[in-house]
Design a protein around this ligand. Structure first.
Ligand code: NAD
Length: 365
């Protein structure tokens, strides 16, 4: 196994992507340390060791990297568009502290490889004013005009990571994620992203209800399924590539289409009510995967509809346990994967796309 005898650190291991990455690394045979200010929300971590620690403090970063070869820096103060547009100062300060201290700790601790999780939010606003503009290329980010707060910090942290590479020889990877979604992600509370928020609203609705949609619904995005994200992270880490890379899907949809897809999956007819006073982010954003394809000879393969079907079924199951899900129960595809909740009940089966999910998911409540 690729990871046998290797020691990896995943920061942000209590969060959505970090949690999935820990599980993937364990499957590959790595010894894994997870660090986060919180434990994973929906199921126990698969990490060999989990430190609950605040990475804004250098001493905690130092302890996190001790005896570690591969660092995956995924910890960040972040959330959906509502959260990141209302917390510029807090979020920027927190993330500056985490990223600068993690880099310095990795250098001092002699980490062999360092992965930094950046974001499509680094791209200039003026290239995202139209719904159908071409996909964003890595070279578009500078000259800079990124998203206020979160995007500026991500861009500077990319720069800082590359300075550590140039000046200290830190073997760094920098990857820009584009809207990652999937099971075990936040779906309520204000930090959830569009696919999860829409899935929750649809799952809670009765056929014929209205569904609120932020913006006019014509804004465009692409969404990348979590298993593809984790696969991409691992491929980039093993690649030795130092250039900044997009990691996203090129399947562009309007937000209205996203809502329609979820409704189709759910088997519900709902009426959309657009709220143009809510934040909607940039007008259009897509990934250009040319560089990713040329470096990895691979790109995220999962169709949005397939990933959404799995995500919707998981969110519906979570809401059902709280008595908030409304029928119909999502239709499952074959081959089935067993979904077991921690109370022992067999929730049912769910669709799988080859290689995307473990055959059983244990959910903790
Ligand atoms: P997430 O919010 O689920 O996970 C981030 C984790 O970082 C959280 O569990 C949080 O508790 C932890 N964290 C925050 N402050 C911390 C601190 N001071 N010390 C220790 N841990 C702290 O987010 P995610 O979706 O899993 O994102 C992971 C990374 O990918 C982040 O860097 C994020 O900016 C980046 N990213 C994600 C997306 C996406 O669509 N999910 C898109 C672009 C970039």
């Amino acid at each position: 196994m690729l990871g046998k005898g290797r020691r990896a650190l995943v920061t942000g291991a209590g969060g959505f992507i970090g949690h999935h990455l820990v599980r993937r690394l364990k499957d590959e045979g790595f010894w894994v340390r997870g660090v986060d200010v919180k434990l994973p929300q929906f199921e126990p971590s698969a990490a060999d060791e989990f430190q609950v620690a605040d990475l804004r403090f250098f001493e905690n970063c130092s302890a996190a990297v001790e005896d570690i070869e591969d660092v995956y820096q995924l910890a960040a103060d972040m959330g959906g568009i509502g959260y990141i547009t209302q917390n510029h100062a807090t979020l920027s300060r927190n993330n500056i502290l985490i990223n600068s201290h993690m880099l310095e700790a990795a250098r001092c601790g002699k980490a062999k490889r360092y992965f930094y999780s950046s974001s499509a939010c680094v791209y200039p606003a003026h290239l995202q004013n139209e719904t159908g503009f071409r996909g964003l290329r890595e070279s578009d980010a500078i000259p800079a005009n990124p998203e206020k707060g979160y995007g500026w910090e991500k861009l500077f942290a990319e720069e800082l990571t590359s300075y550590y590479h140039e000046e200290y020889g830190l073997d760094a990877r920098i990857v820009r994620f584009h809207n990652i979604y999937g099971p075990l992600g936040t779906y309520e509370g204000g930090r959830e992203k569009a696919p999860a928020a829409i899935s929750r609203k649809v799952a809670e609705a009765k056929p014929g209800d209205t569904i609120p949609v932020w913006g006019d619904g014509l804004q465009t995005r692409s969404f990348c399924y979590i298993a593809d994200c984790v696969e991409g992270i691992r491929r980039v880490m093993e690649s030795g590539e130092h250039r900044r890379l997009n990691l996203g899907s090129e399947e562009l949809v309007t937000v209205d289409r996203l809502v329609d897809m979820v409704c189709e999956i759910a088997g519900k007819r709902l009426r959309k009510i657009h709220d143009v006073n809510r934040p909607q982010g940039v007008r259009g954003r897509n990934s250009d995967n040319s560089l990713l394809r040329s470096v990895l000879n691979w790109e995220p393969p999962t169709a949005l509809h397939d990933g959404l079907a799995i995500t919707y079924e998981w969110i519906w199951g979570e809401l059902e346990l709280k008595g908030q899900a409304r029928p119909p129960k999502p239709v499952t595809l074959t081959p089935p994967a067993v979904v077991v909740h921690a109370n022992g009940s067999l929730l049912g089966t769910r669709p799988t796309v080859a290689g995307m999910l473990p055959t059983a998911v244990q959910t903790q409540h």
